[in-house]
Design a protein around this ligand. Structure first.
Ligand SMILES: [Zn+2]
Length: 496
């Protein structure tokens, strides 16, 4: 491991980064790519297998139409051209989790090519070119038992689970992204975020990075301005959005220190370590010729009917980016405010709260204020809080109707978050409500005046600012359940 000798600012002042991303996405089809086995996550090992996905002699694959349809929809949403004729290919290599000793993939004839995805970073729109989108099958999973790290080193035994073998996998490869300078790590993260949201909108995968249904390999290289692109490394299986950004940054720092010392970068795969934020060397990278690709002889070519492709295109949902632009207009928020909403993961929550009857401003106030603070304190996503958009809309309606002050509303929200039920249920259970009965309030005001004759005298002389003391006394007497402004008005009118 080489430690960085330069600051990040110095690195980007000396070198220009070029990044590229390869993303694997497990499709959410009911059955595997080339057989009828189920694809449920977390089943007992080796219970979702058959002769085809175990690669037994004499078994023959049949392509899954739902997977092909999902891949074409992904390609269309990424502005790609869809091939009118293409083939699967065998990628030959040995690995224990791959029972056939080859993977059915696509090589020189991918299903979708030459598209793009626009991402917004720091107020700039950056167009990330898409080289290809192709369809393949996933491998099984090897579990190394007995070691401390879960890696093969130090393990006493290794077990293979073939449940994942043959699950349809889409690989999305970007073109090299150059010219982003110091934004490169943020661009990488923004791309993966946008892609994840797009795939979720298309409903083709559950895109859970932590469960491995979306996995990213990040290519990084550095070159000096005006020189050719440098040798790239590929950091494998980066499994969170934050790690995508950290992996690019860490690799930029490492490569710069190697280059500064007069060394050269080895083309290799590297592993990202979540705990240290560093990458370490994996294996030297195979080239395509090592895989001896050839067209898969057991499958007929794929020739999607252009009319079918047109139908799929016409039925594509609104993209997350177009949706954000529309909501920004509807909610009348600035670019900056919209970015805060996106960063907080609150777009859907606010949209649902507005649909439940709140104004956009009120919905935004709760989700980005009190609730964001709470989520931050608890270290969870906003969407994981025990409060629904309907609860938030109800809370605001209670405030608007004068039944809760802002302060009381926050107390009621605490109750909802603690699992005590909807805001109105919490109010009923805790006996919380604004004291709006003027008779009761007047009595409390008169008591406060009687108990503080000096203050009352000042107010009578026109020193209205002194009313704060009496307001405090009334709020205390009503356990905070009065509206401070109403109390104040009442005090002033009693003393004038
Ligand atoms: Zn099978």
């Amino acid at each position: 491991m080489t430690s960085a000798t330069k600051s990040y600012e110095d690195v980007v002042a000396t070198y220009e980064p070029v990044i590229g991303l390869e993303t694997h996405v497990e499709l959410g089809t009911n059955t595997k790519m080339f057989c009828g086995c189920p694809t449920v996550f977390g089943a007992e090992p080796n219970t979702q297998v058959c002769p085809v996905c175990l690669g037994l002699p004499g078994s023959l694959p049949v392509a899954n139409k739902a997977a092909i349809e999902a891949t074409i929809r992904i390609g269309l949403a990424l502005n790609c051209s869809i091939a009118t004729w293409c083939r699967f290919a065998r990628k030959n290599y040995f690995y224990p989790d791959m029972p056939k000793n080859f993977q059915i993939s696509q090589y020189d004839e991918p299903l979708c090519v030459d598209g793009y995805l626009d991402v917004d970073v720091d107020g700039q729109t950056i167009r990330v070119g898409i080289e290809r989108v192709h369809l393949e099958e996933d491998t099984g999973k090897t579990l190394h038992i007995g070691g401390a790290t879960g890696r093969i080193h130090g393990a006493t035994e290794s077990l293979v689970d073939y449940n994942r073998a043959g699950i349809p996998l889409v690989e999305i490869v970007t073109k090299p992204v150059a010219g982003t300078g110091q934004l490169a790590p943020a661009v990488a993260r923004a791309y993966v975020t946008e892609l994840r949201d797009l795939l979720r909108t298309l409903d083709v995968s559950d895109v859970r990075m932590e469960q491995g249904s979306m996995r990213c390999d990040v290519n990084t290289s550095l070159n000096k301005p005006g020189e050719e692109w440098g040798t790239r490394t590929e950091t494998k299986n980066v499994n969170s959005l934050r790690s995508v950004e950290r992996a690019v940054r860490s690799e930029m720092l490492r490569q710069a220190s190697v280059l500064d010392a007069g060394g050269s970068i080895t083309q290799e795969t590297r592993h990202f370590h979540e705990d240290t934020g560093d990458t370490t060397s994996g294996r030297s990278k195979e080239t395509a010729t090592d895989y001896r690709y050839f067209p898969e002889p057991d499958l007929v070519p794929l020739a999607p009917d252009p009319a079918w492709v047109e139908t799929l295109k016409a039925a594509l949902p609104e993209t997350p980016r177009a949706r954000r632009a529309r909501l920004q207009q509807e909610w009348r928020v600035s670019d900056h405010d919209l970015q805060s909403i996106v960063n907080a993961g609150a777009v859907e929550l606010i949209e649902a709260t507005v649909a439940a009857g709140a104004t956009p401003d009120a919905a935004r106030k709760w989700w980005l204020g009190e609730l964001a603070r709470r989520a931050n304190n608890d270290g969870v996503e906003l969407s994981a809080l025990a409060v629904t958009p309907a609860d938030v809309a109800e809370l605001q309606q209670l405030v608007d109707a004068g039944k809760l002050t802002d302060k009381l509303a926050r107390q009621v929200l605490e109750g909802t978050l603690a699992g005590e039920g909807s805001p109105s249920a919490v109010m009923a259970a805790r006996g919380v409500e604004v004291v709006s009965d003027t008779g009761a309030l007047t009595a409390a005001v008169d008591e406060a005046i009687a108990a503080n004759p000096d203050v009352a005298a000042k107010i009578r002389e026109g020193k209205v600012a002194a009313a704060g003391v009496l307001v405090g006394a009334v709020m205390k007497a009503t356990r905070g359940q009065a509206d401070a402004k109403t109390v104040r008005d009442l005090i002033v009118s009693r003393l004038s």
